[in-house]
Design a binder for this molecule. Structure first.
Ligand SMILES: Cc1ncc(COP(=O)(O)O)c(C=O)c1O
Length: 373
């Protein structure tokens, strides 16, 4: 058994053959030659594509999954699980503090006759609302609050109710956390963030412990058509080989940033799962292999946060996380999260640590000095 960085470099590559590339190029096909009765894996472009299949094999290795189904975006993957694996009358448990679009999908489930219950991620509070559940959705660490829950504990409790357990693994990536090995049935992620890491791809996937569940997820994809483009799938596969290197630098930068922020007057509620006194630390230290690159903190008000973002030179103001370039935003500019007006979600990139810290320090000086006047 090789370690996960080595797996990331080699995952999903074909056996070496003289004169063949390491990773064969993307196959662009809306249809394939198919005479007589349909047979074989490649029939029509919406059903299957060899470039997705190679990526799905690689992700299967990294997620420890029986099968992986890739999608056009994270939300296409989330929808396939929430809509494709539930029926009217089912009870579904969602986090009350996770990615807001997932909760909006929950409203669609309610409109279709499901019962949807919400509880916070912290303290495994979802355990209190599991009775009779068909599907339990966890998001750990949660976006944007960075709370964590105990996947193994909640999966045991949910399985006792007969529920399937899905974990949104976007923030951690499969090198940060392996939900299936921790007892979940499905690991669902946006590959648009740290997994591919260059802020140029939209992608999603569902990793399944059970091939029969994977068949249902794949059938939903084939029916609704949220398939990845071959170019995106190929770029994603190419990006996996540097995932561990990117995550290592980004995690170092995140911890260094969190420590710097802790020293600054005017900055409160600094959150990062690798800070030893963070409320998420005890569970994160047990279940995560890498802590991720998101740091959350709060400035006195929205105007101070906006001044900070304007003063930072290396940090782009943008919405997303996980890329090679540091980005940040005042999260309250979007609806849906229960956060203070000065809340900043910061995603550390791969810049040299000292440059990033110097830039953040000068941007805080500028933003908070103005605050004093
Ligand atoms: C935790 C989480 N899950 C799912 C998604 C949806 O991913 P995508 O934007 O690729 O559809 C996001 C996007 O920000 C996210 O942060």
């Amino acid at each position: 058994m090789t370690s996960d960085g080595t797996q990331a470099v080699h995952a999903g590559l074909a056996e070496p053959g003289r004169g063949t590339p390491f990773l064969g190029g993307p196959v662009f096909a809306s249809t394939f030659h198919l005479s007589g009765e349909p047979s074989g894996p490649y029939q029509y472009g919406r059903f299957a594509n060899p470039t997705w299949v190679a990526l799905e094999g690689a992700l299967g290795t990294l997620e420890d999954a029986a099968e992986v189904v890739t999608f056009a975006s994270g939300m296409a993957a989330v929808s396939a699980v929430l809509l494709g694996l539930t029926s009217p009358g089912d009870t579904v448990v969602l986090p009350s503090d996770g990615y807001p679009a997932t909760r909006t999908l929950g409203d669609h489930l309610t409109a279709r006759g499901a019962t949807v219950r919400h509880a916070p991620t912290a303290g495994d509070a979802q355990a209190d609302v599991l009775a009779g559940a068909r599907l339990v959705w966890l998001e750990t660490p949660s976006n944007p609050g960075l709370d964590v829950c105990d996947i193994t504990h909640l999966a045991e409790r949910a399985h006792a109710e007969g529920a399937l357990v899905a974990v949104d693994n976007t923030l951690a990536t499969p090198l940060g956390q392996r939900p299936l090995a921790l007892g979940a049935d499905l690991s669902v992620a946006s590959g648009s963030k740290a997994l591919t890491g260059h802020s140029d791809i939209l992608l999603g996937y569902v990793a399944c412990a059970d091939p029969e569940v994977a068949d249902r997820v794949r059938a939903w994809r084939t029916l609704t058509g949220g398939v990845p483009g071959p170019m995106e799938a190929w770029l994603a596969h190419r990006s996996l080989a540097t995932l561990h290197l990117r995550l290592a630098r980004q995690a170092d930068n995140a911890l260094a940033l969190a420590r710097l922020l802790r020293t600054r007057a005017g900055v409160t509620d600094v959150r990062h799962p690798a800070l030893p006194d963070d409320p998420s630390y005890p569970v994160a230290a047990r279940q995560m292999r890498r802590p991720g690159c998101v740091v959350a903190f709060t400035l006195p008000d929205a105007a101070t946060a906006d001044r900070f973002l304007r003063a930072a030179r290396l940090v782009a103001e943008a919405t997303s996380f996980g890329g090679t370039h540091s980005i940040a935003e005042r999260r309250g500019r979007w609806p849906g999260d229960d956060i203070p007006p000065g809340f900043v979600r910061f995603s550390t990139g791969c810049e040299d640590t000292e440059d990033l810290l110097a830039d953040v320090a000068q941007a805080l000086d500028a933003a908070l000095a103005d605050d004093a006047h």
